[in-house]
Design a protein around this ligand. Structure first.
Ligand SMILES: Cc1cc2nc3c(=O)[nH]c(=O)nc-3n(C[C@H](O)[C@H](O)[C@H](O)COP(=O)(O)OP(=O)(O)OC[C@H]3O[C@@H](n4cnc5c(N)ncnc54)[C@H](O)[C@@H]3O)c2cc1C
Length: 594
């Protein structure tokens, strides 16, 4: 892509994206497909047959599987080649994450290791820190964990009490504190720990090896799900850490934590979608096999509706994930072209898409929760039985709305990040918001409406953006500094933004598909797009109405509600028949086939 065409983070809200400028999952090259297949093969051969050994936390077992994954190169897909990895781009890393996403708790152990465990060192480490630790982490020789959360510091992560005191001779820090909910703690060799030096206000990060001593690991937590993933409290008691193991800058720890979470959030969505696809496969197969009233339950409309909705939501989120991943890759390439070092550029590229990362985290985790919930329902009583796969999938899914920043915190972040970008002059939200305010007071145009399916859909997305900008703009103007305290309104605005981003992503994916291989039958993908847009219009209307009614009144409220109605209007469309067509294809293929 031309450098001028590189899409900037947050711009989706004010600019129209062309289908030719997005990456869609149908475009993976042979090498990427091979990496994806290798990951799936690993899950099928090493994880699923041994899931009970993993779930009972058999001593050393998950660590040995991580080593196996490392030997195959699965832990170092995006790690540079000179540090023992494959040096692949973000999109390829995302594909691997998705394909490994159906491995229940193991997906959590693996992504904690490759993500929050490895990346702080890769992105912020000095050359010698990287050389010492990254090859061992990429090969699986050492497992990594990330220690940010404390009993009194969860969402408010910068409030941690863990202390680091410099020794009198200045050679090391003594670290003391309690961390909790630490993934991989039971077998990790490396702990990235966030602590405050002396009376510092902000956190500093440290790389701590288990061998440094002074570390006590509590017993495994008893959890609702992801039971095979090790989660413990970790106590540091005057742990002696050499000064050269300070990571990044003093008081720069919170920045590291936030930036690493950006990566974790997009990746979480990828893993969630991988898990969703597995659940859909199982739901379809069960619905085809289970007979009631003399017919397979997949013949019933109520079940077909569920199968179709599982697939529609998953397809849409999948489109958004790869759209964003390619945007990140393009941003990284542009920064590298400008002379920035690769790791710094990667971090900056991902930071620029922090709002999209939060959107995907929320959407991906909520799609998976929907999919597993309906999966349980399709399985009926067997959905509730530990003998069948849905019970585990249902319990395992729930954590995704809690870690990597809760969905409430992420929803607030979406609006906060976009507003901050606007205040810094990186994103012109005010101009378009004012234009919409003007449009509200003018007579609506009744000119020729587009007849082409995609032109119509683009028009609808343009209107969705107007709806979100109208609500966000007037909320910002009316509530000013109070907006941060009006969380209900923030949630509404955020939900509008999430819906329109995903809706546009589906449209772009399907539109690009039509322009590609014409021999591919895509009428059901068009159905998916149309059903998604139909639902999105209603959701945007409801979220917008809730927000406007919360802060506006009188004629102004009336005018904005009319505008909202106009911006979220839709043509009549038989969603039932569209869902039936989508479900029929799934049932025939006996798997998620989009
Ligand atoms: C299985 C598991 C694995 C984990 N792995 C790790 C790990 O490897 N490393 C690590 O450091 N941490 C880890 N965590 C911790 C996780 O990131 C935190 O649990 C999460 O950030 C939420 O913090 P909390 O549990 O203290 O909840 P709280 O922050 O107490 O939140 C409770 C509720 O209040 C809401 N809330 C909080 N603040 C606000 C606000 N300002 N406005 C509105 N609502 C608010 C939240 O959204 C939530 O609904 C893990 C947790 C679990 C359960």
């Amino acid at each position: 892509m031309d450098k001028d065409e590189v899409i900037k983070g947050g711009e989706f809200l004010i600019k129209e994206t062309k289908a030719e400028n997005v990456f869609i999952p149908e475009e993976f090259d042979e090498e990427q497909k091979m990496i994806g297949d290798m990951c799936l093969d690993f899950v099928d051969k090493e994880i699923l047959p041994n899931i009970d050994r993993i779930e009972t936390l058999e001593e050393g077992y998950t660590a040995s599987l991580l080593k196996k994954a490392g030997e195959l190169g699965l832990l170092g897909i995006t790690v540079p080649e000179n540090l023992g990895g494959f040096g692949k781009n973000f999109v390829t890393g995302m594909l691997a994450t998705e394909k490994l996403g159906g491995s229940y708790s193991f997906a959590v152990s693996l992504s904690a290791h490759t993500g929050i465990g490895t990346l702080p060192i890769l992105y912020y480490g000095t050359e010698s820190q990287k050389e010492k630790y990254i090859p061992k982490l990429a090969s699986g020789e050492w497992a990594a964990s990330y220690c940010l959360t404390e009993p009194s510091a969860g969402s408010d992560a910068n409030s941690g009490k863990t202390k680091a005191v410099l020794s009198d001779d200045g050679t090391h820090y003594l670290i003391t504190g309690q961390k909790m909910w630490i993934t991989n703690a039971g077998f990790a060799e490396i702990f990235t720990v966030f602590a405050k030096i002396g009376d510092d206000k902000n956190l500093t990060a440290f790389i701590i090896e288990k061998g440094f001593g002074g570390i006590t690991i509590n017993a495994e937590e008893k959890k609702m799900g992801i039971k095979g993933s090790s989660t413990c409290q970790v106590f540091f008691n005057n742990t002696k850490v050499p000064v050269e193991n300070l990571l990044g800058e003093r008081e720069g720890g919170f920045k590291i934590a936030l930036n690493i979470l950006n990566v974790g959030r997009v990746k979480l969505a990828g893993a969630a979608i991988g898990a969703s696809k597995k659940v859909i496969d199982e739901s379809i197969q069960y619905a085809n096999e289970r007979e009631q009233f003399g017919r397979p339950i997949s013949k019933y409309g109520a079940i077909r509706h569920k199968l179709a909705e599982q697939a529609i939501k998953t397809y849409a989120c999948n489109a958004a994930i790869y759209r964003c991943s390619q945007n990140i890759d393009d941003a990284i390439s542009a920064l590298v072209l400008d002379g920035m070092e690769k790791e710094k550029a990667t971090l900056e590229g991902i930071r620029q898409f922090a709002a999209e990362a939060a959107i995907l985290k929320v959407h991906g985790s909520e799609v998976l929760d929907y999919v597993v919930d309906e999966g349980v329902q399709i399985f009926g009583g067997m959905g509730y039985s530990a003998e069948a796969p849905m019970e585990r999938a249902y319990r395992d899914a729930r954590i995704n709305r809690i870690f990597e920043g809760t969905n409430e915190i992420n929803r607030m972040l979406i609006v906060d990040t976009l507003l901050k970008k606007a205040m810094k002059g990186e994103l012109d939200l005010m101009g378009p918001a004012q234009a919409i305010a003007k449009e509200l007071t003018s007579v609506p145009s009744f000119g020729a409406q587009p007849t082409d399916e995609f032109e119509k859909a683009h028009e609808q997305i343009k209107n969705f953006k107007k709806a979100a900008l109208m609500v966000a703009g007037s909320a910002a103007q009316k509530l000013m500094m109070e907006l941060a305290k009006e969380q209900e309104v923030l949630m509404n605005i955020s939900d509008m933004i999430i819906e329109l981003y995903v809706a546009e992503s589906v449209l772009l994916r399907v539109e690009k598909l039509t322009k590609g291989n014409n021999s591919v039958e895509i009428s059901e993908q068009i159905d998916i797009m149309n059903v998604y847009l139909y639902d999105a219009a209603d959701k945007l209307n409801k979220f917008g109405k809730d927000a406007l009614n919360s802060f506006a009144e009188g004629d102004e409220l009336k005018m904005m509600l009319m505008g909202l109605k106009r911006f979220t209007k839709q043509s009549p469309f038989n969603v039932k028949e569209a869902r039936r067509r989508i479900a029929a294809h799934l049932i025939e293929e006996e798997k998620y086939c989009y």
